[in-house]
Design a protein around this ligand. Structure first.
Ligand code: 4AD
Ligand code: MG
Length: 460
């Protein structure tokens, strides 16, 4: 007989029959006669209760079965005497697979999230991180399911690149040069011709540019991979290594792009409601009593759509004293994004931003001042999606590249799409951890990725 997962046992009607389980002991309580051992195997937030008549077991073994240890239990599945669970295992045999002494750091309930960050190697053994990691899996699967069902193709964009997609400077360099003694050019500069790739390279900040190449061949594609930004943003919403989902669609204009973004987010949130019920209920009860209600609200109400210009009017006329004063042309800060979401009491999609504060590839509007950008703003999170219709006109794109002093030599391949069979197209990027913040109700992005990478922190 194969050991069964706790999730299957708890749902099983097969009482009176033999059952066994392998998992980790969460708690052990009881008295001299009887021990109640909660065993969790990660398959579900709930543990199964194992009931052991102490006299039937070796004394030393019973001592060693403690919080954190790993056990193999054999017995009979019986209707539970206690409340809180329908079934439990009446143990006939317990095998200690791996002991854990009193130094196991998760002895008591209710450790702070800050403390758990310091033991990120063990925090998956808590209910909270079990729930988050299971939900991460379900959300990642839902991303693939959504696009697959719509006929999009998954494109594997490179992690190492020689260009900076966003035209921003903060990247992690990738090199095999000897940092103590790098080869030099005659001018005394570091000679990257001698580096592994024969040029300076970095970890990608986005898979978009490669996504655009593929969209010009396959129609609708998406990337979903790790993304790296070396900006020193020590905030609860920034990671140096995060996962991004970037769909790119041929023949989509910005309206189509917004429709897709809204539908995609609603699908993912509904998926969480449908497939992560136990974990959501746990997080809702322990951390955020409004979590499930907020998710239900977002899936059942249209997002508000307006231009950046109208949004700035609302902010200016609000009479509110913002820490960062706002006027047309300034980049919106978190406080402004929050104000707008509060104002409309729902997610907001802002479009047509000033070209100065957006990337070179965005489609230029007729007014000469704005571009067809779209940012989706979510309650508490702020920007969850950033995207745009792309500039497909070669001359206009080149003019912007020159204006912004972007090295053309790194982008010749990207520009070729505008020379050969260019067409209207659009795309966006969803920060996977920002989505995870929203669906779990967690408030720090370090708590929705297994091993966070932030400034001065790359342990585990
Ligand atoms: O707005 P961003 O920078 O857009 C792009 O990278 C485009 N290439 C996307 C596209 O059009 N294909 O980033 C997109 C999203 C943000 O809205 C945010 O959710 C997330 O990525 N993001 C981060 N998440 C965690 N930590 C960071 N440091 C992030 N920077 C961006
Ligand atoms: Mg952005």
């Amino acid at each position: 007989m194969k050991p069964i997962r706790v999730i299957d046992l708890l749902r099983s009607q097969e009482t009176g029959k033999p059952a066994e389980v392998k998992g980790w002991v969460r708690t052990k309580r009881g008295n001299k006669q009887i021990a109640f051992i909660a065993v969790n195997d990660g398959s579900i937030i709930h543990s199964i209760q194992v009931v052991a008549e102490v006299a039937k077991f070796d004394e030393e073994l019973m001592k060693q079965i403690s919080t954190g240890s790993c056990v193999h239990v054999k017995g009979i599945l019986v209707p539970s005497q206690g409340s809180g669970q329908a079934v439990e295992i009446q143990a006939t045999e317990i095998i200690l697979l791996g002991g854990a002494d009193e130094s196991f750091p998760l002895q008591k309930k209710g450790h702070s999230l800050e403390f758990l960050r310091e033991i990120a190697h063990l925090r998956p053994r808590t209910n909270t991180f079990g729930a988050i990691l299971r939900m991460r899996h379900h959300m990642a699967f839902a991303v693939h399911k959504y696009f697959n069902d719509l006929g999009f193709f998954y494109l594997h964009s490179p992690v190492i690149t020689g260009s900076d997609a966003e035209g921003a400077g903060e990247m992690f360099q990738v090199t095999t040069l000897d940092l103590k003694n790098p080869p030099r050019t005659e001018e005394g500069e570091i000679n990257f011709k001698e580096d592994f790739f024969g040029k300076a390279t970095n970890l990608t900040v986005s898979g978009q540019l490669e996504g655009e190449l593929a969209a010009m061949a396959l129609g609708n594609v998406y990337t979903f991979g790790p993304t790296f930004r070396a900006e020193n943003s020590n905030t609860p919403r920034h990671l140096a290594e995060f996962w991004m989902i970037e769909p790119e669609m041929a023949f989509y204009d910005i309206q189509d792009n917004m429709d897709l973004a809204e539908d995609f987010l609603k699908y993912l949130i509904q998926y969480a409601l449908d497939h992560c019920k136990d974990d959501l209920e746990f997080l809702n009860n322990l951390y955020d009593k409004e979590l499930i209600g907020r998710l239900q609200f977002v899936v059942s109400n249209p997002f508000e759509r307006l231009s950046y210009t109208k949004a700035v009017d609302i902010l200016v006329n609000s009479g509110k004293k913002f820490e960062f004063p706002v006027k047309w042309g300034t980049d919106l800060q978190k406080e402004h994004e929050n104000y707008l979401v509060e104002h409309f009491k729902r997610p907001v999609i802002l479009t047509d931003y000033p070209k100065e504060i957006k990337a070179f590839y965005m489609k230029q509007n007729e007014d000469g001042k704005t571009v067809r950008a779209m940012d989706v703003l979510f309650p508490w999170i702020g920007e969850i999606i950033g995207g745009s219709q792309r500039e497909e006109n070669y001359e206009k794109l080149m003019a912007r590249i020159t204006e912004m002093h972007i090295p053309e030599k790194d982008l010749w391949w990207y520009l070729d799409t505008r020379k050969y069979g260019a067409c209207e197209h659009s795309g966006f990027g969803l920060g996977f951890e920002r989505l995870m913040l929203f669906v779990t109700g967690m408030t720090n992005i370090r708590d929705v990725i297994p091993f966070p990478r932030t400034p001065k922190n790359a342990d585990f």
